[in-house]
Design a protein around this ligand. Structure first.
Ligand code: CO
Length: 150
């Protein structure tokens, strides 16, 4: 396992669309292990492969219940909405409010390539949406909710 270098917001790779993973081989396992280690080292709650310079549809999330690895994740349903603060390891020092669905169901493949799904509510829904956005070249700073005039 090794730490990977986190890319920051000016890096054009963060604006590119990541490609699907088709081969569930040792290279992907090594990427996932490195991403988890890098996420913990940086004290993040999630990390997407483009953030370490790899344009593959791989994310890792840990909101305090242990790491979840999602390969080729797709949001298959969502409902409700929540506005809350968000940050990103690629955008250090920025913490701003973003609107997200309150509940999501995400289908994905695990590290063996097996099809799975996960329900995310509240903070997990937020984290999953944030990380999946990274796979499509979207950063949370694109979605900051401006303070409303009263
Ligand atoms: Co992020």
């Amino acid at each position: 396992m090794a730490l990977r270098t986190i890319r920051f917001k000016e890096d054009p790779i963060l604006r590119k669309e990541a490609r699907r993973v088709d081969g569930f081989n040792d290279r992907i396992k090594e990427l996932v292990e490195d991403m988890i280690e890098t996420m913990y080292d940086a004290e993040g709650v999630g990390l997407a492969a483009p953030q370490v310079g790899v344009l593959r549809r791989v994310i890792v999330v840990d909101i305090g219940d242990g790491p979840i690895v999602l390969i080729n994740p797709v949001i298959i349903s969502q409902d409700g909405q929540q506005i809350g603060p968000e940050g990103c390891l690629s955008v250090p020092g920025v913490n701003e409010k973003v609107m997200r669905p309150l509940n999501v169901i995400v289908k994905y493949q695990d590290i063996e390539g097996k099809e799975r799904s996960i329900k995310g509510n509240e903070f997990l829904a937020r984290a999953l949406c944030h990380e999946i956005d990274h796979l499509n070249g979207i950063l949370f700073i694109d979605k900051i909710v401006k303070r409303e005039k009263v």
